[in-house]
Ligand binder design. Structure first.
Ligand code: NI
Length: 188
């Protein structure tokens, strides 16, 4: 029997579910002093492990019961929940702020780890500029578009106590995943 070649070091966090007040409470900014502590880096590592474990494409600190302005995003080509979108490298943004955005919007399907099992069509800006800090406390500024821009908007919403459900123009497209696969997938 083969032994694992690397130590087992995944740290999973519980994910807050729809209805928990922490998802609606908003966050506080992370100070440079906070960002230099091992605790914050450990939290970010755990957020990334948790996101990957459940095939998420993004996670925000309130989803793990932490009221800090931290988001993590990653989309690999192997992600079974969101096939057909371009890959997004692991991106951590502390204190993200959407500086500007396109006038144009597009509809696409979104789900949320805090609202498991359902999807809905959500309008989002096509492109945006987001600024914030990286893991080392340096300023970052990203110009993103398409699905990457969509995930940024979804995760920044979490920091402000908003969920994608709040952004839907109509609940007529709200669907469980089984029904999504049966009736909606071919149109997505
Ligand atoms: Ni979410």
């Amino acid at each position: 029997m083969n032994e694992p070649v690397t130590p087992y070091s995944v740290h999973l966090l519980k994910i807050a579910q729809l209805g928990h007040p922490c998802l609606r409470a908003g966050v506080q900014a992370v100070s440079q002093e906070d960002l230099s502590t091992p605790q914050v880096h450990r939290l970010i590592d755990q957020m990334v492990d948790t996101m990957r474990d459940v095939d998420g494409v993004g996670i925000a600190a309130p989803q793990v019961f932490i009221n800090k302005a931290i988001i993590a995003i990653e989309l690999t080509s192997k992600n079974p929940r969101y096939p057909g979108h371009g890959a997004v490298p692991l991106t951590i943004i502390i204190n993200p702020v959407i500086e500007s955005h396109s006038d144009s919007t597009a509809d696409d399907w979104e789900g949320c780890l805090s609202v498991p099992g359902i999807r809905g069509l959500v309008p989002r800006w096509d492109s945006l500029v987001v600024s914030g800090l990286d893991l080392d406390g340096r300023s970052v500024r990203l110009n993103v578009e398409g699905f990457f821009a969509r995930i940024i908007q979804h995760e920044v919403d979490h920091l402000n106590g908003n969920l994608y459900l709040d952004r839907m123009e109509s609940f007529k497209t709200l669907t469980f995943l089984k029904e999504f696969d049966l009736y909606w997938k071919q149109h997505s």
